[in-house]
Design a protein around this ligand. Sequence first.
Ligand code: HEC
Length: 302
Amino acid sequence: MDAGADGHRLAGAQASRFRLPPLHSLPVAWRALLTVVVIFIGAGYFAALVNVLAQNELVDGQPGLSAADLILKYAGKQVPVVAGKAPPSRMLEMIRTAMREYFDSDDDFRVLERWLTAGASREAFTSGPEPTPHDVVLTTCLRCHAADSRKEIGRKSPFGPDQFTVDYEWVSKFTLAPPPGATSVWRPPRDWRDLALTTHAHMLSVPVFVVLLGALFLCSGWPQGESRAAAVWRTVLACAPLVLFLADVACWWLARLPGVGWVFALTIGATGVLFGVAFGLQWIVVIGALWSMQSSKTNGGK
Ligand code: HEC
């Protein structure tokens, strides 16, 4: 009957005087409040999943998140040049996603897309029917992507020195245009400054809700029992999401190691999935413990 409270005792260890209240013993107002918090956390995680898919699926030019997306984004890759096949360039990825809205017309978009998929050559940049790819970049992109645009992205990823000048060399940093005669071209991983920003934002925010859910999970008393095995499971399951998240972030950086980086890029996929499983399990256990039959019995008189 007292299984919930028993569940908090570490087998073999000295019984601690510190006891967190089992979730099912909380008054209904507390359980309602915690339920809303837990639903927020679940919805936030779901939104993060959608965001990961949206941000990463087109890295390789194909819809759907794949191993190729992870390797290109985190490790970088020497991409073979295949005639008639578009190299998965950063420019192509961006015009199909975040930059799509800046085109004045679908025709402008198609001019740039066709040039990129055909290999982004120097000749085709300024030739052909009007508008040429050069003209589209000039009218559509330079207001943000000129070095003197006073926008941060203009300093970070400029396509020309000022609002009136497009520089093919600068643009081609993002197009993966192969030098004449090359059989492969290097697609670099994402910028380390970008990665540093994402790392710091995640490292300081993710643990807050992961620890909160983990603590609630420990108050669920599941898996029940005083055995050493139950205590080990409780410990492993409580810490798993945080440890997996740390491993995930470590892999973002380790993936940049030359030669072996791709292994870590693939590990990002594995740690991400395992995080989801552990986190999802905690979530279900906590909701279950808040509203289990036991709670209505315990709180019957309150
Ligand atoms: C209104 C401002 C604005 C316009 C116009 C704009 N961009 Fe961007 N661009 C940005 C911002 C801001 C970022 C950084 C956001 C991000 O990385 O998601 C960015 C990022 C990029 C990147 C990635 C740069 C990197 O360092 O990885 C590419 C490539 C790019 N834009 C291409 C284009 C092209 C091509 C056009 C024109 C068709 C264009 N952009 C028009 C604001 C703009």
